[in-house]
Write a protein that binds this ligand. Structure first.
Ligand code: ZN
Length: 152
């Protein structure tokens, strides 16, 4: 597959998740939750997590924002469901490195799975905060919530 074809494929996945985000709902029995804002773009997310014995048994989100922010949140819920808190925080670190450092990040496609579709976002600095918002909010929820996360 050429890099152009790969890019098109990644774009299709992001558009699909942006239009039809997965796990877009409230979680009435959530054990932790956090809210995040990206004032630069107007993205606004709330993440709900149900932790059971240190494992993310269920995760969902609600909010409004651009396609990248919604797609990133949607992909995140699929990626971390079933993971331990520790595994999710490790994944946060990898995705954050991918989005902020691009090819300089020492992250292999195998370590990212489906999240590799976010790799192209690095080339668009104004979109990086849209894509990292869900992940910062995830970390905040796992670390106890508290104040809303802002990317600014
Ligand atoms: Zn955005």
């Amino acid at each position: 597959m050429s890099s152009d074809e790969l890019r098109d494929l990644y774009q299709d996945v992001i558009i699909d998740h942006g239009k039809r985000p997965r796990n877009f709902r409230e979680l009435p029995d959530a054990t932790c939750t956090a809210q995040g804002f990206n004032p630069l773009c107007g993205d606004d997310l709330r993440i709900y997590i149900k932790l059971a014995d240190g494992v993310i048994a269920d995760i969902a989100f609600q909010g409004a924002g651009c396609a990248i922010s919604q797609a990133s949140a949607s992909l995140m819920t699929l990626a971390v469901k079933g993971q331990t808190t520790q595994q999710a925080l490790v994944l946060f670190g990898r995705v954050h490195a991918l989005l902020t450092e691009g090819p300089n990040a020492r992250v292999t496609p195998e370590e990212l799975g489906k999240l590799a579709v976010l790799s192209g976002v690095w080339e668009f600095p104004v979109r990086v905060k849209c894509a990292t918002l869900a992940w910062h909010t995830l970390r905040s929820a796992l670390e106890g919530g508290g104040e809303a996360v802002s990317t600014e």
